[in-house]
Write a protein that binds this ligand. Sequence first.
Ligand SMILES: Cc1ncc(COP(=O)(O)O)c(C=O)c1O
Length: 398
Amino acid sequence: MLPIADEAVGHDPSARALAESRQIAAPGANYVLRNPLADRTAAGLPDAVCRGFHASLPGFAATPVREALATAEALGVAKVLVKDESDRLGLPSFKILGAAWAVCRELAERWRLGDAAGLRFDDLVRAAVDHPGLTLVAPTDGNHGRAVAHMASLLGLPAVVLMPAGTAQDRIDAIAAEGAEVRVTEFGYDDTVRMAAAMADDTHAVISDTSWPEYTRAPQDVIDGYATVVGEVTDLIAAGALPEPDVVAAQIGVGGFAAAVARGFAHRPGRLMVGVEPLDAACVTASVAVGRIISLPGEQRSAMAGLNCGTPSDIAWPDISTGFDAFSVIDDASAEQAMRLLAEDGIAAGESGAAGLAGLLGNRGDLGLTSSDTVLVFLTEGPTDARNYRRVVGGMEE
Ligand SMILES: Cc1ncc(COP(=O)(O)O)c(C=O)c1O
């Protein structure tokens, strides 16, 4: 059976109706859903086990947290802190952290290398020489596949990356430049994931960041790997170098990143945890509205390409469905506004990267932000579609 079929994850026609009616009743209009399932104490806790491995990756360094003054003024809050993942290990997004840890765990098991927690990058390089013939496979809408391709190239392994129809050429080229074979399918993201899943065998290791009922370990490892992003922020708070945020926003694709943010912040004293989704791909919001995972109909075509997912990851679901107080659903224009504002603060963000901030900007009245709030957002990617960045913000080199 193919993964992520409606019958595998449950499909509720009333949820489809809800999702459709939102778009029909208020085309293009932003909205907030107060989370009826919110129970922040029920979210999981972060697990720092990946951090030793991450620190062993060539060129590893913690990414900065920047203060965005113009953005704070426009948002009407006291402070905006931006955890800037636009240069993580030489790649323009945080995704390498999840991919690297999932690859480490996969290889540790396949090649019987022992407990992954004790492995370092050089151990994998040596083991790859002793175990030829393995190809890494990743379905992606951009960043995750590039990250898997990058890990494969560091380890000297071949990689095949499957991408949905309509993917921007820049994103395809960036993955091909990592040495991976890129296959652009005729389908949307969910069906592309199914195609990748069907390739799994003794010589193909599928490293997906979304899960289905028979495939959970790698997506779980991917979420665990994102703990490094969150842990770097909470380390600074613990050291007194950053204030505790009142409001934390996390953008949502299949939900893995937001699950890591929920694990890291839902148990802390902040007043408001906000999950952010594009209008065209609000699969978690629609699922939360009906109380269980559902799939959105059709293909998702938001400019926030990394968030264009129609089905939440069921591994991420327990954390995202409980760990957020509200979901802010926004249009592409809000993402563009956030990109321009961040540019005023000297921060270059891609569409998905700016989405957390866009979720606050696009619904700031309904979310009840106040002038005394300290806000934390995650800039999860720099510009990965140069043409669109120039159109929205201007001024980026060819
Ligand atoms: C830049 C960016 N931000 C956020 C996300 C969301 O991550 P997830 O799919 O784990 O929810 C993605 C996913 O690809 C992404 O590329």
